[in-house]
Design a protein around this ligand. Structure first.
Ligand SMILES: [Zn+2]
Ligand SMILES: [Zn+2]
Ligand SMILES: [Zn+2]
Length: 371
């Protein structure tokens, strides 16, 4: 993620709603992929020097205060491209849920920024009920409306099904999330990580399931037709494969080929976003500048695509060892507590190639439309 610049010269960050220097309102323009200062015009519309279009604030920005994205004035939808993907929001009768909803939307927008930068197709379930993407932020039901404990409790599983990504609301609460992380003996559990992981399941359906690369997928990740329920029960009963560090990117990835893919996909997004940040801030390690993984994306030359992946991976190894050392200096846990085996590296390369091909085909489609 890069930073952006206000007309006054001040730096703007992705979640900002106001410039702290000149006081201007600030919003993200999804069609330009920039955060910019916005000037009020007539009829609650706004203009920006960064765009020739006029905009409204997303309803969840103007009224609910959980968003900072803008909607083009020629778009009738009151919600921005991110908020319109949310099918179920938390029950706002509970005061604490508004904050948790805010965290959910914030993490979702960060995910979407990466997906948009990678030119991945984002279609809402409202537009395409079959192939579109949607989100539901749901809460465990453990007590009735009067606060009495229910005998029949309903627990929400974070997961993906047919394009709908469900995230348990308690994952947005840091203290709850740390508790779960410790129970599960995980080294890394973040809200953004959940969004990235679940988006991997969605894009497996979109980009791999019916593609020519399914055989290659199976050769790398295993056969996804093995029984999922059985794999899950066995994982929770017996723990991860004892050899997981040599084959999988995380312990959880050893559960089933689908989870392996989703974990690898999430790591790829961690890498691209963090390296883009480091490049934007002109990081160099041992005198060598870290490259922006999106600099030559997408490219129609397979050799360049391969070279870019090698660079991305090498830069990532250099960056994460520094990042972890910096965190330890601050008394914090490692930012990236993982070691990538050769097997996991080959899977990451596969994810890279799938994303590059998807972006490349989008470029070709656009070219045909324009010609
Ligand atoms: Zn400013
Ligand atoms: Zn919004
Ligand atoms: Zn999963």
């Amino acid at each position: 993620m890069k930073t952006f610049t206000c007309s006054c010269g001040n730096t703007l960050h992705f979640p900002n709603t106001q410039c702290v220097k000149c006081g201007a309102s600030v919003g993200f323009l999804p069609d330009k992929l920039v955060v910019a200062d916005i000037q009020p015009s007539h009829d609650n519309t706004y203009t920006s020097v960064q765009s020739e279009h006029s905009y409204r604030k997303c309803r969840n920005y103007a009224i609910e205060d959980v968003c900072n994205w803008m909607v083009r004035s020629d778009d009738d939808n009151p919600l921005c491209t991110s908020c319109r993907l949310t099918h179920t929001i938390p029950n706002l009768d509970k005061a604490e849920n508004r904050k948790l909803w805010f965290y959910m939307e914030e993490a979702k927008r960060r995910l979407l920024y990466s997906l948009l930068k990678l030119d991945l197709p984002i279609v809402s379930k409202w537009e395409d009920p079959k192939k579109g993407l949607g989100f539901a932020f749901l809460e465990d039901v453990t007590e009735d409306e009067f606060g009495n404990e229910l005998t029949l409790k309903e627990y929400v599983s974070t997961g993906h099904s047919g394009g709908l990504i469900t995230i348990n609301l308690k994952e947005a609460d840091p203290s709850n999330r740390i508790k779960i992380r410790e129970q599960m003996q995980e080294q890394y559990r973040t809200l953004l990580g959940h969004f990235r992981h679940e988006s991997g399941h969605y894009f497996w359906d979109q980009l791999v399931k019916d593609s020519d690369q399914l055989d290659e997928f199976r050769a790398l990740f295993g056969d996804e037709r093995i029984d999922y329920q059985h794999a899950m029960q066995s994982y929770y009963a017996n723990g991860p494969n004892p050899n997981w560090q040599n084959v999988w990117i995380s312990a959880y990835a050893s559960m089933h080929p689908w989870e392996d893919w989703a974990e690898t996909w999430a790591h790829y997004l961690h890498m691209v976003d963090t390296l883009q940040t480091a490049n934007h801030f002109s990081f160099s390690i041992g005198g060598a500048a870290l490259s922006d993984p999106l600099h030559e994306h997408p490219h129609d030359d397979a050799l360049i695509t391969e070279r870019n992946f090698t660079r991305l991976f090498n830069d990532w190894c250099k960056l994460t060892s520094s990042l972890n050392a910096l965190n330890r200096s601050m008394g914090l846990d490692d930012a990236y507590p993982f070691i990538i085996s050769i097997s996991a590296l080959n899977k990451l390369r596969f994810v890279h190639n799938i994303i590059e091909q998807s972006a490349q085909s989008k470029v070709l489609e656009k070219g045909t439309e324009n010609s």
